[in-house]
Design a protein around this ligand. Structure first.
Ligand SMILES: Nc1ncnc2c1ncn2[C@@H]1O[C@H](COP(=O)(O)OP(=O)(O)O)[C@@H](O)[C@H]1O
Ligand SMILES: [Mg+2]
Length: 451
């Protein structure tokens, strides 16, 4: 069953219940009132008759118009009935004498009174609905009054027809409104579904639903657009990384292959040159391993398989300095580390800090200093090397980018992009500053742990 049909049926059912209940109640109340009116009239007539019973019974003449003579109401015919059912005196309308068992019981004193509906066939052959009221009168007799109910019944029948028509109209209107409302409400859902299906079918993440408005569905559409944009971005980045990586891997692989082919052909013959070539090969292999390791590090970014914890940035810096110092014994590290606690993933932050220190050491002339300071949730690494020109500064954080002058030195061009990625994944940032007195200064800002 479609959602639209369900809404339509629900609206119709809700209105049907309400309308039918109201109509039924109205019908019952009106009928009760009309019948009560008839009963009350007969009761007051009978009451007057009862009070004048003596005189009425002893007096001469027929009972004809008895009830109307005492009540002044000519429309209420009546008769006097004995316990055996004999009619003592009568005052007939169009209806034949009615003597039910209940009326006889009233006459014999077994019943206090009787009010009820009786259906009788009149002298004209018609079946009449008659309201009967009987009370004891005198000894062993009952005064029975009645009223024809055809006017009341006709009124009630008309009322019933009107109510049925109104209820049916109400239900139909509710169903129509439910249908229209459901259609209006579901139109954006339908569009959304269409767009989602289109994306699933074509796998084209560049599509957008482009909803306007402030309602819930517009919000849903916008979050869907947001999700598409994020997916598209991530997919594009991944494709770019794969493209860049395969390009970058090809160069060292080609040179490895050339050198290996040389060796395979038994060249060079000179043992010293041969030794040199083997040394080159090892260096190229190492470069390749670094590149692959960096690539894996870069690609792993989104996963974050390690826990986010409170980290002492100063301790990480001092561990990293110790490690880099071993690789670059000629560089003097000067650390000024204040105790700082940040939120982060230990191996990732460690990697970022090491990359900054490695670069600083790599570009430091022998004997010069690298200054490391930790304070206020950031670490600053400064060297006194050649520095970075303003044109290059725009690219240093790009993947695989290396300054032309850096091509001779080992490296993959991925170090700073890893630093940037780590910084952003941690809600921080990394910036390059160019001190007036030369060298480069990198500032890695992270989020401090809440106290
Ligand atoms: N401290 C620095 N001093 C001068 N140049 C730097 C420094 N750090 C980075 N660079 C420049 O930025 C480039 C990118 O650095 P990085 O991403 O770490 O790659 P890699 O170190 O593998 O070359 C380097 O090749 C270099 O040209
Ligand atoms: Mg580097």
């Amino acid at each position: 069953m479609t959602y639209r049909l369900r809404v339509t049926l629900l609206a119709a059912a809700a209105v049907a219940v309400a309308v039918v209940a109201a109509a039924a109640l109205m019908y019952v109340v009106v009928r009760r009132q009309l019948v009560d009116q008839v009963d009350t009239t007969m009761q007051s007539t009978a009451q007057v008759a009862q009070e004048l019973a003596e005189r009425a019974l002893r007096g001469p003449g027929p009972f004809f118009r008895f009830s109307s003579s005492v009540s002044g109401n000519a429309n209420i015919p009546g008769q006097l009935v004995t316990a055996s059912g004999t009619i003592a005196r009568a005052d007939y309308g169009p209806v034949s004498p009615i003597v039910t068992n209940e009326v006889k019981q009233v006459a014999s004193g077994d019943r206090a009174s009787f009010t009820g509906d009786v259906y009788v066939t009149g002298t004209d052959g018609h079946t009449y609905h008659v309201r009967v009221y009987a009370v004891p009168l005198g000894s062993g007799q009952a005064l029975e009054l009645w009223q024809l109910m055809d006017a009341v019944d006709a009124t009630l029948d008309r009322l019933r027809d009107i109510l049925i028509a109104v209820a049916a109209g109400g239900v139909a209107l509710a169903a129509l409104l439910g249908f229209l409302v459901a259609r209006a409400v579901l139109a954006p859902v339908k569009r959304l579904t269409g767009a989602v299906e289109e994306v699933a079918r074509t796998r084209d993440l560049s599509q957008r639903i482009g909803a306007s408005g402030k309602d819930e569905l517009a919000r849903l559409a916008r979050s869907f657009d947001g999700m598409l944009a994020a997916l598209e971005m991530s997919l594009r980045q991944q494709r770019q990384l794969v493209a860049d990586a395969s390009h970058e891997l090809r160069t060292p692989l080609t040179s490895l292959r050339t050198n290996l082919e040389l060796l395979a052909r038994g060249q060079p013959t000179d043992p010293e040159e041969r030794q040199q070539l083997l040394g080159d090969l090892v260096a190229q292999m190492e470069r390749l391993s670094t590149l692959v390791a960096d690539l894996i590090d870069l690609a792993r970014d989104e996963e974050m398989p390690f826990p986010v914890e409170d980290l002492r940035l100063d301790e990480i810096a001092s561990t990293a300095v110790d490690e880099v110092r071993m690789r670059y014994p000629a560089v003097a590290f000067r650390s000024e580390l204040r105790p700082v606690t940040i939120r982060g993933v230990r191996p990732r932050v460690m990697r970022a800090v090491t990359n900054l220190l490695d670069n600083a050491a790599k570009w430091s002339p022998a004997g010069s200093a690298v200054e490391v300071s930790v304070a206020g949730s950031e670490i600053v690494v400064r060297d006194h090397g050649p520095g970075i020109s303003p044109e290059d500064a725009a690219h240093v954080f790009d993947r695989f980018w290396r300054a032309p002058s850096a091509r001779q030195l080992p490296g993959s061009g991925l170090g700073l992009s890893i630093v940037k990625q780590v910084a952003e994944a941690h809600g921080g940032s990394v910036t390059l500053e160019r001190p007036n007195d030369g060298g480069a200064r990198f500032r890695l800002k992270l989020l401090s742990a809440p106290h």
